[in-house]
Design a protein around this ligand. Structure first.
Ligand code: PLP
Length: 526
């Protein structure tokens, strides 16, 4: 059993166990015991091999050995031995029960428990392939909501997790500290935009937004300006699903209009202009400019997703917007928060999207790819101006936030390993070649009558339709049938693949998008 545990922890799933039996063991043999413990696994038993000094020829000639070996081959070829059929039946029952529990008792993201959507059951994932329980392998075009930048089952991250588990998975961060947290803080500050110096580690992206908002409000309260208590932002933004974060998401098209009455009333400017050609055109800053000029007395901070508005529509805009915003925030005494949860760690072709504009925010929120997609972790990283400001002139006021799992050592160790792996590898050229390939393969789709726009930046490729697909479920199933995992939303079919994706795998994603457009949406007449 020990060796079985160690095989499982290395990701081997058992379909067959071959045992060598001692002569005359019968009822109490190893094989019988193992079969009892693993009723689902075919167990094949063969006689014990002779001592090293004896030739194997006699042993090989034994009928039991020949029978055992041919049984092994049949199982390996997928032919189920006759007496194992009942086990297959049992496996199917387990599968049906599993999906029923899911359907009846488990909420999935943004779904109804009354009419849940279809789900596909995953057995494992490796590299850029997600293996379903039915044996199909899907090329992953989502990086699990933009997190799994190194792909899945990454030896370096597995090792970091295993090593940390051997030390401690968690200890409270109140009054205690540990190497994983200090190592991660140092790494983050070494690569973060200039001027960010203090790290608040927390549970997730949304919580890092809560912390950033709280820092901004507390900052002005301690400056004796409690009337600066609103947050300004742009429409089409997405910052998470907790209440503070919801208050700065797009108020009209966003996912949270139901809660309007319960949310803090924030200030919204028009969204930045869509643009991937940054040499020309209006960046759309004037709306934010007039909003801030008019209302800066009430504004504690501006929060914005730099260069790419993600879940609000995959909108790419000109970094000149951020330069103007930084300048105006300084002039009017307003803090600036960049939500880099989606864009951080190389996704847009720079380590952080702020680098496109060469400006630093006062607070930066990160999450998603921080642990390479292994587990949840977020951080709000502040400048000294902010971190000192929140504690008032005498430095006595604590920052009133402290989640139970703050600084979780397991998550910190994995995050540190993930950042190291990213920085040690050729992430920049990988993202560049993904960008070039997405431009080559997705741009031609702009010719389809139903396609509004195709845009690419770094490892982000977006096909925006003129209208949302009537049956998103069917679209999803068609993509799975094409052997890829994509999760279209609203009017967009988009990909944000792991950076380690091969060009063949990426072509399968582009090809699948083209083929669902062919199948579901007629091409323009010309
Ligand atoms: C995903 C996301 C969040 C929320 O992060 P969670 O970890 O899901 O709470 C916030 N902001 C942006 C820009 C995101 O993409």
């Amino acid at each position: 059993m020990c060796s079985r545990e160690s095989q499982l922890s290395r990701g081997f799933l058992f379909c067959l166990q071959a045992m060598c039996n001692w002569p005359g063991e019968g009822q109490h043999s190893n094989a019988v015991a193992v079969q009892r413990a693993l009723p689902e696994v075919p167990v094949v038993s063969i006689p014990q091999v002779p001592p090293l000094s004896e030739p194997l020829t006699n042993w090989v000639a034994l009928k039991d050995v020949a029978d055992g070996m041919s049984q092994v081959l049949r199982v390996m070829k997928g032919e189920i031995p006759g007496d194992e059929e009942h086990l297959q039946g049992a496996k199917q029952e387990v599968q049906v029960e599993h999906l029923q529990i899911d359907q009846n008792h488990l909420w999935h993201p943004y779904t109804s428990m009354v009419k849940p959507g279809r789900v596909w059951s995953v057995r494992s994932a490796e590299g850029c392939l997600i293996q379903l329980e039915d044996g199909r392998r899907l090329v992953d075009g989502m990086a699990s909501w933009w997190c799994a930048i190194h792909g899945y089952n990454v030896p370096e991250l597995n090792a970091a997790a295993a090593n940390q588990l051997g030390q401690m998975s968690h200890v409270m961060f109140g009054g205690l500290t540990h190497r994983p947290a200090t190592l991660l803080a140092k790494q983050l500050l070494d690569c973060a935009p200039e001027g960010l110096t203090q790290v608040f580690l927390c549970d997730s992206g949304s919580v890092s937004v809560e912390v950033a908002l709280k820092m901004s409000l507390q900052y002005w309260a301690m400056k004796g300006k409690p009337s600066k208590c609103r947050i300004a932002t742009v429409q089409r933004g997405y910052h998470g699903d907790t209440f503070g974060a919801m208050s700065v998401c797009d108020p009209v098209r966003g996912m949270h209009t139901l809660f309007k009455g319960a949310l803090a009333q924030q200030l919204f400017a028009e969204p930045p202009e869509l643009s991937t050609d940054w040499s020309t055109g209006d960046d759309g800053f004037s709306s934010m400019e007039s909003l801030l000029k008019e209302r800066h007395q009430e504004v504690a901070a501006v929060i914005i997703e730099p260069v790419v508005q993600g879940a609000g529509g995959m909108r790419i805009y000109n970094p000149s917007y951020l330069q103007k915003l930084r300048k105006l925030c300084d002039e009017l005494d307003v803090l600036l928060i960049f939500d880099e949860i989606a864009t951080g760690f190389g996704r847009t072709g720079k380590l952080f999207a702020a680098e496109h504009a060469q400006v630093s925010p006062d607070i930066m929120c990160i999450g998603k790819a921080l642990t390479g997609g292994y587990c949840t972790l977020g951080a709000a990283i502040a400048s000294e101006k902010v971190s000192h400001g929140v504690s008032g002139p005498d430095g006595r006021q604590p920052l009133m936030h402290g989640p139970t799992f703050m600084g979780n050592p397991l998550a910190c160790s994995i995050a540190a390993a993930s950042i190291q792996l990213l920085l040690d590898g050729p992430w920049h050229s990988r993202v560049k070649s993904i960008e070039e390939q997405l431009v080559r393969e997705l741009r031609p789709l702009a010719a389809y009558a139903e396609v509004e726009d195709v845009r690419v930046l770094g490892a982000i490729g977006v096909v925006e339709l003129k209208t949302a697909p009537a049956e998103p479920q069917k679209l999803q199933a068609a993509l799975v049938d094409q052997g890829v995992w994509l999760r279209p939303f609203g009017r967009t079919i988009y990909t944000m693949p792991p950076f380690v994706i091969s060009s063949e795998e990426l072509s399968r994603i582009s090809g699948a998008i083209a083929s669902v457009l062919d199948a579901h949406i007629p091409r323009s007449a010309e």
